[in-house]
Write a protein that binds this ligand. Structure first.
Ligand SMILES: O=P(O)(O)OC[C@H]1O[C@H](O)[C@H](O)[C@@H](O)[C@@H]1O
Ligand SMILES: [Fe+2]
Length: 214
């Protein structure tokens, strides 16, 4: 017999960047983001003031992690820069890489930085009316390019999982999002970036529909 899950309504507070009835929350503090930004001296210089400050936080509703179910929630990210590089999330590819994701901007402005297994880069600017579709197989990271909190709703298949190592293994994402000196943003190449080899890429694509019933 199927055990039905109770329907639920959650309220998004776009100013606080929170979700009512959340089942889980986590926060990422500045001190935990060591190694994420290109400008190490700038990061170290900010440590004294920023170490315990929350750079971004997630409140989510996770009913279960069954195939076909959904996880959704709200991310709130403070405005700021390390050197000229805008605050961003760690970024990941889904553990089951063929799982997509939707983001809906609710406050502020920012962008979704995406990178394919082969290293193609795409950017979708996000404002408070933008829905961003992150297709299967794209590494994704959100960046706050504005001067207020960036708040986004997200939703993704419950069995997706997150693989953070894919970015670390390549020396970061291929592009970095920095201040253009005129109140906006631009991308610069990350000189430390290493392409993924053919075997790694093939393995990612081979996992297509890995969680689906045979
Ligand atoms: O997980 P991070 O890359 O640190 O990004 C923070 C969060 O961003 C989005 O909201 C994702 O949907 C979350 O699953 C993720 O946890
Ligand atoms: Fe994701």
């Amino acid at each position: 017999m199927i055990n039905l899950f109770e329907p639920v309504g959650c309220t998004v507070d776009p100013v606080a960047g929170s979700l009512s009835n959340a089942t889980g929350r986590y926060q990422k503090r500045f001190g935990e983001l060591d190694g994420l930004y290109a400008d190490r001296p700038a990061f170290d210089a900010m440590r004294a003031e920023w170490h315990d400050r929350v750079v971004y936080e997630v409140s989510e509703f996770r009913p279960r992690e069954d195939v076909g179910d959904l996880i959704f929630g709200v991310t709130r990210m403070s405005p700021g820069k390390v050197g000229d590089e805008y605050f961003m999330t760690r970024g990941h590819i889904h553990q089951q890489p063929d799982r997509p994701e939707i983001y809906y901007g609710r406050n502020g402005r920012g962008l979704m930085l995406m990178e394919s297994p082969e290293g193609e880069v795409r950017i979708v600017p996000i404002d408070e009316l933008t829905v961003c579709y992150v297709p299967p197989f794209w590494i994704h990271r959100s960046v706050n390019t504005g001067n207020v909190d960036l708040v986004m709703l997200f939703c993704y298949p419950a069995d997706s999982g997150q693989d953070y190592e894919i970015i670390a293994r390549s020396g970061g994402m291929r592009s970095r999002v920095v201040d253009d000196g005129a109140g906006g943003w631009k991308t610069v190449d990350n000189p430390a970036w290493q392409p993924r080899d053919a075997t790694t890429i093939a393995r990612l694509y081979a996992s297509r529909n890995a969680g689906a019933p045979a």
